[in-house]
Design a protein. Sequence first.
Length: 597
Amino acid sequence: MDLRPDKFSGFYWFNDQRRFPHSHPTSSWRFIHGLFWLIFCLAACTTGRSTSIPSETATLDPATPNQPTTDVLEPTPAIQEPATTTPSPSAPTDSPAIRVYFAPYLPQALQSAFGSPAGYITTTNSSEADIRLEYWLSDETAEQSVTWWTYVLVAPFPTILQGVSSDDLHLAWRGQSTGPFAGLPLLMDAETLNVFTAWWGVPADGAIQIHPTDGLLDAAWEQRTAWAIVPFEALEPRWKVLSVDDISPLQRDFDPHNYPLSVPFALTASPGSVDLSPPAGNRDQNRLTILDLTGVTAMVRGTALWMERYGITYPAQDIGALLSSADITHISNEIPFTPECPYPELHPTGMVFCSSPLYIDLLEAVGADIIELTGDHFGDWGPEALYYSLSLYQDHNLQTYGGGVNQDQARQPLLIEHNGNRLAFLGCNIGCQVKPQVPCTALATVEQPGAAVCDFDWIQTEISSLTNQGYQVIFTFQHREEYTTTATSILVQDFGNVAQMGAAIVSGSQAHQPHGFAFENGAFIHYGLGNLFFDQYHFCAYFACDYAFIDRHIFYAGQHISTELIPIRFVDLARPRLMTSEEAANFLELIFAASGW
């Protein structure tokens, strides 16, 4: 049994989850007969009594609307109150009712998730209850089963900071913050305030700013520099999730026991009263999907030469484990494989590219699951190389989209269902249509293999069909290559059109220099991520092609709820690494400014 202090309340908790007995006392016939007359008499005496349950929530002083003015909602069942009970309409009259106490600070979703037994009645007097659902205090005299309700520290998406310590958070609650948000109130809705007031005590004057649930996100964006606490189920992409003590609820190995914003609630039963299961928490690991989207991969020229010199998996040395940790890893490989591919040159003549079939080991080293085939150079070595590449991907269990053996197959969406999340991948090449100087040998035709041609009528029809089937659509463009951080007007127009059609994510796979972001119609838009494996080290002005993104998208319960930006930086012609904290802060500041934020 693990005894540990609670940082915020000073209580000691026991990590012990015990179930209730699987039986409850029954009464003899004589007892039931007497009880029937007792209930009949009591009912006659209580006609007209109100059956409403007093609500006990934190209220606000009208003169200072952002200041909680109630006493602390103590997380203890020892408060003595006159008993008020509400009979269930279906409560039987031939057996004793089961009395249930719901703490007034409970999240409504948690209370709703409670499966009440037949014949229960609710009471506001915790001391008379057979069952209590409240903040967890260890009670050796009762059977308890604990569930965790996870809250998340968030900020507007264009926030540089990655996280804070629990000490910073606790000091802020007491009005003594010296951390990165010093002097700024924590934003939350009234229900969240009730929960944390019961858990941590009454916050200091000015420490909390209350907003309606549906207005909290907009209020934070208006303030720009802001932080907030929201329940996990309230996450959406315009929030940036901040870690607390380097722990984030978006992590696959997340453990609520170790996370300072996971609140334990106990379903406590008097010995022998009833057999119940605890309500489920609001974060289920089995409903989470992590997707990594990446930028340009082209295993040619200097990248291929470095792979030959230092090992085929050399480019994955610093980021391979990260990419492999995702549930689904996307690679946009622009280059066909062929056994006829010559040994790479640093400065070859022309722009006709191919990769050795051995290089597929690099894709497997980063845990690739799906390959996008929309690249401008997909047809550089003719149809035979395309057929060979498609066969090679199939042999290595790599699924593809955005290209195929003909135009119809190239346009087929790739459908993946993982942990109940239904994802549909669509992509196309519009580069040849907007860049006349680029040969269009990459595009599929009715009879020839290649990349899917962009057609907005087809895109509209396909996205509508997929969203009606419950899919979250991830749409990737092979678009015009622009060497700027700010998205040009044609990118803004085309990416915005696809967002309006209902895609959840619209991402640019074409950009060698990373571009900015936008949110439109609920969609997350990234106009270009930059290179993943390509030899443009020190190539662009101001070395801009040395920098790039991996976008980690989080899906939960069928929705896209968050995006984590992972900045990377090249160290040579082939190998990127994760940026340092200082590098990442400078890079994000530049890209957020280019996004107009």
